[in-house]
Design a protein around this ligand. Structure first.
Ligand SMILES: Cc1ncc(COP(=O)(O)O)c(C=O)c1O
Length: 406
């Protein structure tokens, strides 16, 4: 069975907008288009429920119910308990709060492992624990390929390590890291794992329960939803780390690492993401549990994306003037393609814009990963990122435009 791309695109109002006609979107890793159910729920919340939630009057009761529904349904797709999922303002802010909790829990002399493949959000806040006497060990990528080798991780692990932070896939290398294997290695050494799923989750929500991540982070504004950071914290770890919320909320797991007042409307609108994933599952005849249907949607998205990605990788790999970061084989990576070129990435993106290609250039806050691969920081990379709603025709247009600008 193939993904019905016409059905998919009909769920995104952006494709109907006159202002966006003729524009092919290739900066999805920065933030995706929003699906219709999310927009409708957000609008309804602002029109009909914009009151303090969880009070007995109807508008408030419904607002609170929708916020709960978002956690309930998304947690079910992610294969975790409802209270193991919480929402904060962004992934970056969520990691800052988590790092604060680890700072209080860890002892001087304990160690933490970070990578130089990550977006700064899942490395900078952790590295700052060095100020508290925590030993920070860096799991380094191969400078040629950008690959993280699990053998090197094994050399870094010992009984001092409390946490291993790494990406499910990097937003510039694109390679999908073997999360289950890494988590098993870390757990065997007595460490927890914090996985940045921001670049992976838009390509299909994973079954976090099976992956083995203790923390799994994602940004809903890149998964067809509103601007929030989603955070799965498994119960054992969440109850053990010091509470970062108000003291009287300490017994509620999903409130322990979200000290700010939540954005009610946007959390409620996240239920629209579940509506969208459910609509995809229904349309394609997927049955079973929420996790099984989520896995089916994941596989449909991935098959479509992989088919469209290979020609882009082949195109880039065939050009001497272009360095393709990460794997050349589409099955090993996400469709987030960073190219180091003779011209600066931002200049190339500027040249692509009048040709109806929306792309970005720069470092994408993955400064350490680009540095480690010897990419000229002044030029950065051109990044071309797409998702399941991208069509073959848009890929063809991209390749034609690249022929001209590269
Ligand atoms: C891989 C990755 N991790 C983390 C982040 C940070 O997410 P947020 O903007 O929600 O803080 C980004 C944002 O681009 C990202 O691409």
């Amino acid at each position: 069975m193939e993904l019905d791309i016409n059905f998919v695109r009909a769920q995104f109002p952006a494709f109907e907008q006159a202002s966006l006609q003729g524009q092919a979107f290739f900066e999805n890793a920065g933030g995706s288009y929003t699906c219709r159910p999310v927009i409708e729920r957000l609008t309804r919340f602002y029109h009909e429920r914009k009151v303090q939630p969880y009070a007995p009057y109807e508008a408030s009761r419904l607002g609170g119910e929708e916020m709960d529904e978002a956690r309930l349904r998304l947690a079910a797709i992610l294969g975790v308990d409802t209270d193991e999922l919480s929402f904060g303002p962004s992934t970056t802010q969520n990691t800052y709060v988590l790092a604060q909790a680890f700072r209080q829990w860890m002892q001087p002399g304990d160690a933490i492992i970070v990578t130089n493949q990550d977006h700064e959000a899942n490395t900078g806040p952790w590295r700052r624990l060095a100020d508290e006497g925590i030993e920070v060990r860096e799991w380094r990528i191969d400078p040629e390929t950008g690959h993280l080798d699990t053998e090197q991780l094994e050399n870094l692990l010992d009984d001092k390590v409390r946490l291993v932070c790494f990406p499910h896939c990097s937003n510039v290398v694109g390679e999908i890291n073997p999360v289950t294997e890494i988590a098993a290695l870390a757990h065997a050494a007595g460490a927890f794992v914090c996985v940045d799923g921001v670049s992976y989750a838009p390509h299909g929500l994973p079954d976090v329960g099976t992956l083995g991540a203790d923390i799994y982070l994602f940004s809903t504004y890149k998964i067809y939803g509103p601007h929030q950071g989603g955070m799965v914290i498994r119960r054992a770890l969440g109850n053990m780390l010091p509470n970062q919320g108000h003291y009287f909320n300490a017994d509620t797991l999903y409130k322990r690492f979200t000290p700010a007042g939540p954005d009610h409307a946007q959390i409620a609108a996240c239920a629209g993401m579940a509506d969208y994933f459910d609509a995809l599952a229904d349309h394609h005849g997927l049955e079973g549990t929420a996790v099984a249907r989520g896995a089916g949607v994941h596989d449909l998205m991935r098959a479509h994306e992989t088919k469209l990605l290979q020609p882009v990788l082949d195109f880039a790999a065939a050009r001497n003037s272009v360095r393709l970061l990460g794997p050349k084989d589409a099955s090993m990576r996400a469709p987030t393609v960073a190219l180091a070129c003779e011209k600066a990435g931002a200049d190339l993106a500027t040249a692509l814009a009048p040709m109806g290609i929306m792309a970005g250039g720069g470092d994408f806050y993955a400064v350490r990963a680009l540095e480690a691969q010897g990419v000229d920081q002044a030029k950065g990379v051109l990044r071309l990122s797409f998702v399941h709603y991208t069509s073959r025709e848009e890929i063809d247009r991209l390749l034609t435009a690249l022929e001209t600008v590269l």
